[in-house]
Design a binder for this molecule. Structure first.
Ligand SMILES: Cc1ncc(COP(=O)(O)O)c(C=O)c1O
Length: 448
């Protein structure tokens, strides 16, 4: 499988020289030159179908013309001016719009940031300030970002915790409900939500609920492996929160803005969260995050408790307003559903042919394809090799949780592009099974 990657390789080598690798999770040497919609071009003019959407940051695709237009127009007026000191209209329009499209039939307020990570830090501040309690519950395997609060919430890699402590105190982690790997060997029929016993026991024996400010959950656990929790789990978790005056917080950074086939992942569970943490696709690629919370929670802190010079950037606000319009005008929520159903069906057909596919799951265009060994162990070698081979063929495909293919194409992707990508992925699976992908690719394709 020979392709010209000379310039890309050079850029990778140069980067290793100048850039700290603490910020890199390499899969393959792809140095992007340009992109449009669901197609990426690299520096050597190879093309790829995008099955990643910049880690769910580009639900509207790469450089959507409307996004380019509003950013360009705004830049002509002013690129930025310190938002904590002055006012501008796009930010007010966006704050209003976010309170309208998020679930919750109550008064809400919004605050902006620059990354999902800082939004999670802000969420911890508001949750603690409002409740007067300090403990926060999060999930094992989760990724919530790289600032100190977000790292403390995360539990995905020891590399995030080593050498930098002490981290934030009073953050507790429990297991995410994972029906494919049920720790109680239940099926849907026999399940009595034994997975919640862990939390209930914690509340009974060592985690006083009057000290717990919030539970933070992803409505689909992205980095846990695109795991969809049972609806009854979410309902019971929500009830436990309400019974104990604990805030129910959702991190929608990865699953929000139409990706799951509803505006937000939590909409699948008919739950109105107290705080929503938004980021990634909120501004179609511009750095922006937001917290949307009950008004009284968002009024529990005084300035400058959560203030950033670059927050509320008008280009990002305009891009976010345009993102919301694009999702509506181009019917992207229905597309996420139809495309998502189709992709899941196609992977299920492959599952019948290849034992290596243990599970196909997800909602809308957040899909996980779990690769396993004969004994249902995580098949991380298969995931690395298949993603690498798919890249060689022309699909940008990655894996999470060591062995789960991450299928998150932009919502604007066409059926033809999906079909080509699926064909290349299936060929890669077959070539893996035939032993045609060399071990040396494991040196490069490391991922998380
Ligand atoms: C669920 C979730 N929360 C938070 C973050 C952190 O967002 P950012 O990288 O914008 O700081 C991510 C990023 O991958 C994420 O997937």
């Amino acid at each position: 499988m020979k392709k010209n990657t000379q310039q890309c390789n050079q850029i990778v080598e140069n980067e290793k020289h100048y850039y700290s690798q603490a910020g890199k999770l390499p899969y393959f040497p792809l140095a992007i030159k340009s992109g449009q919609g669901a197609i990426i071009k690299d520096q050597d003019d190879n093309s790829y179908i995008d099955f990643l959407s910049s880690a769910a940051m580009l639900n509207t695709g790469i450089s959507h013309p409307k996004i380019v237009e509003v950013i360009t127009e705004q830049a002509k007026d002013f690129v930025h001016y310190i938002f904590p000191y002055i006012y501008h209209e796009p930010s007010v329009q966006l704050a209003k719009k976010l309170t309208e499209i998020t679930p919750g039939n109550f008064d809400k307020k919004v605050i902006f940031g620059l990354s999902g990570s800082d939004a999670n830090d802000g969420m911890i501040k508001f949750a603690r300030a409002y409740t007067g309690k300090s403990k926060i519950i999060s999930y094992i395997g989760s990724y919530h970002g790289s600032t100190f609060g977000a790292i403390s919430l995360s539990a995905i890699s020891l590399n995030m915790k080593r050498k930098i402590g002490p981290l934030l105190p009073d953050i507790h982690h429990i297991n995410y409900p994972n029906c494919y790997r049920c720790r109680f060997n239940n099926t849907c029929d026999t399940c009595s939500l034994e997975c919640l016993n862990e939390l209930e026991d914690a509340f009974k024996y060592y985690l006083p609920t009057d000290e717990v400010a919030a539970i933070v959950i992803e409505p689909i656990a992205g980095d846990v492996g695109m795991v969809v929790p049972p609806k009854k789990y979410m309902e019971k978790l929500y009830s436990l929160c309400k019974e104990n005056n604990i805030l129910f917080v959702v991190d929608e950074i990865q699953q929000g803005f139409g990706r799951t086939g509803k505006w937000f992942g939590i909409d699948h569970f008919d739950i109105e969260p107290d705080i929503m943490v938004l980021g990634k696709s909120i501004a179609s690629g511009l750095p922006m995050s937001a917290l949307v919370g009950r008004k009284e929670i968002m009024e529990s802190l005084g300035a400058p408790a959560h203030t950033f010079t670059g927050a509320g950037n008008p280009m990002a606000c305009k891009a976010s307003l345009a993102t919301i319009e694009i999702i509506k005008d181009e019917d992207l929520i229905s597309k996420a559903n139809t495309h998502g159903d189709y992709i899941r069906e196609e992977f299920k057909k492959m599952q019948e042919k290849y034992n290596i596919i243990g599970d196909v799951r997800g909602l809308g265009l957040s899909i996980g394809v779990e690769l396993i060994t004969d004994t249902k162990e995580k098949n991380s070698v298969a995931a690395s090799k298949i993603c690498y081979r798919a890249w060689e063929k022309g699909v940008l495909l990655t894996f999470i949780s060591q062995n789960v293919l991450r299928i998150q194409p932009p919502l604007i992707i066409s059926k033809e592009e999906i079909d080509s990508a699926l064909e290349m992925i299936e060929e890669s699976i077959v070539e893996f099974l035939n032993g045609e992908i060399p071990d040396e690719v494991l040196e490069t394709s490391k991922g998380w």
